[in-house]
Design a protein around this ligand. Structure first.
Ligand code: HEM
Length: 546
């Protein structure tokens, strides 16, 4: 007698696996049909966009490489407000300043959410950071700490000396490499500069390009950061198709994310323990015998009084969200990680792109060097206090930010409720990309948009990069605008000023700089496909380099 496990029909053997497979195909077909029908009902109210496949939507069209370029091309066909599907999530891509204003100015609050992600959740200690935190009271609390305590003009001034020291150290090693006739890889040099400048501010330590006793730590730290970067870059199917989240777990990737988190956590925890023991020591040394005051409060005062406060010190002294204690350690570590990831490559790559543009445009380079020679002279180095007196440098920097936004699609936003924008209806949890790259090259807003021409900002000096003018917003705009922008702008201006004041540059193998390849590649920020390598030739007296 035939059993369910083995029913034979001519030419086909029905086994249990066959039934399971048939069942799965059936289920998938039903799921796909439901999915397709529900998507169609949404689609009629959403903006135009390319047709997607069932289940994966338009994921296959974005590819792994430079999605901002693919989306820019698509927007030329579908318009400045375009709809795609990231698996089961609707996505709206905005590619003009005018349309961007409707989303992130007029409806800023509605679109201030962030989509959750598997790696983001683990790395951020369950969204205790800023970048991936939902728009809620916790986010408001840590953002307030950022603007009132961390990125204040006074605090940034405190770290001016270490920033200058790091920059001078880089210029010195470039000078020495130049003397040996060695080409300098600027991606590496500037990467170390940005990382050391940030870690000195955050942790009062330098980890990169160091030959001191801390070299082992430095290697470990670099590995950890690299690991977090590469994991964060891996697209995970469960982020786009929630019912396939188990694939990330089954494939062992979730365990990999947790391992990387545990490693960086133990590294950062060591710093926190050091700080705590330092604080304890200060308290026992300075506390009057019977103060009768609250110990935690005393601790806060001790932090406030310290002359060498770094960001960890400041964060550890902040109140928790409910005001009953101090900011929890997980929050301190999550915020520090944000700064490490968001604050290093973005800044260093912008300087590298900037120098590449200057090499391709020798007239602009000459004009910039003339300004530096006139305002600074050749018998001293450029200082941060000189920056307001260098209008052409400021125009050059804006033009670099315009053509090379290193976060070209910003960081995705998400709608927190259903809403209507420009007549299109968006369901709650629609994801939003601002294509900053397309906006900043929009021919409706910019004359000769693809040309590197700082003069446009000499003519319109009021256009700024910090989110007020939507045709130029490399740091985003509105509630979620980048809190590190003041620091990044100084870093880029100083990087370009010191490099071009200190050196003339030639390219290896006599390559013609005006033909420099400007192809981008894919990364958490947007690096050059070919890192910029140069031979530096000093322009200043030798004593200014050593
Ligand atoms: C050239 C350098 C930089 C660029 C181009 C850049 C760009 C951006 C952009 C486009 C966003 C997203 C804004 C939005 O969601 O609309 C952002 C957010 C953020 N950036 Fe930056 N950034 C840079 C440097 C920095 C630095 C130096 C830090 C800190 C040390 C930093 C920390 C952050 C943080 C914490 C957020 C998340 C803000 C939030 O979600 O509320 N960034 N940045």
């Amino acid at each position: 007698m035939a059993t369910l496990a083995s029913i034979s029909v001519p030419g086909f053997s029905w086994s249990l696996e066959g039934f399971v497979l048939l069942g799965l195909v059936g289920l998938l077909t039903i799921a796909a049909s439901i999915f397709f029908l529900s998507r169609k009902s949404f689609d009629s109210q959403l903006p135009p966009g390319p047709t997607g496949w069932p289940i994966i939507g338009n994921l296959h069209q974005l590819g792994a490489k430079n999605p901002h370029l693919i989306l820019w091309e698509m927007s030329k066909k579908y318009g400045p407000v375009m709809r795609l599907w990231l698996g089961s999530h609707p996505l709206v891509v905005v590619s003009s300043a005018q349309a961007a204003g409707e989303f992130v100015k007029v409806q800023d609050k509605i679109w201030a959410g962030r989509p959750p992600s598997i790696a983001g959740e683990v790395f951020s200690y369950n969204y205790r950071n800023i970048v991936w935190a939902a728009y809620d009271n916790y986010w408001r609390h840590v953002r307030k700490i950022c603007s009132m305590e961390l990125f204040t003009p006074k605090r940034l001034e405190t770290f001016r000396a270490p920033r200058t020291e790091e920059l001078s150290q880089m210029i010195k090693t470039m000078f020495q490499d130049g003397e040996k006739g060695e080409a300098v890889n600027l991606e590496v040099k500037l990467g170390h500069l940005a990382s050391n400048s940030i870690t000195r501010m955050l942790l009062n330590e330098r980890f990169f390009d160091t030959d001191t006793a801390g070299e082992k730590d430095s290697h470990r730290f670099k590995e950890l950061i690299f690991n977090v970067f590469s994991i964060s870059l891996t697209p995970l199917i469960g982020d786009f198709i929630p019912w396939l989240k188990w694939v990330t777990t089954m494939s062992g990737f979730k365990a990999k994310i947790k391992k990387a988190r545990a490693e960086i956590d133990s590294f950062l925890q060591t710093f926190l323990e050091l700080k705590k023991s330092k604080l304890l020591k200060q308290q026992t040394q300075k506390k009057p015998p019977s103060s009768g005051t609250n110990e935690e409060h005393d601790g806060q005062r001790q932090f406030d009084q310290s002359a060498e406060e770094d960001f960890v010190d400041v964060l550890m002294a902040q109140p928790s969200e409910d005001g009953t204690g101090h900011l929890p350690e997980d929050s301190v570590k999550a915020v520090i990680q944000d700064m490490l990831l968001a604050g290093t490559d973005n800044s260093s790559l912008t300087v590298e792109w900037g120098l590449a543009e200057l090499l391709r445009n020798p007239i602009v380079m000459k004009k910039l060097q003339n300004e530096l020679d006139t305002v600074i002279g050749k018998d001293r180095i450029v200082m941060e206090t000189d920056l307001p007196n260098l209008p052409y440098l400021q125009a050059v920097t804006k033009e670099v930010f315009r053509l090379h936004p290193t976060t070209p699609l910003g960081i995705p936003h998400e709608s927190m409720e259903a809403t209507t924008v420009l007549g299109f209806k968006f369901p709650t949890k629609t994801r939003l990309f601002l294509n900053l790259y397309a906006i900043q090259r929009d021919p409706m807003m910019w004359e000769r948009p693809l040309e590197f021409d700082p003069e446009r900002f000499i003519k319109n000096p009021e256009i700024d990069v910090r989110g007020k003018h939507l045709q130029l917003m490399p740091f985003g705009t509105g509630r979620r605008v980048c809190p590190g922008a003041p620091l990044a702008v100084v870093f880029v201006q100083m990087g370009l000023a010191r490099l071009t004041h200190s050196f003339d540059f030639t390219l290896p193998q006599g390559e013609d700089p005006t033909k420099l390849d400007m192809t981008e590649t894919f990364g958490l920020s947007t690096p050059r496909l070919h890192p910029l390598c140069v031979h530096p030739k000093p322009r200043l007296p030798k004593n200014l380099y050593l």
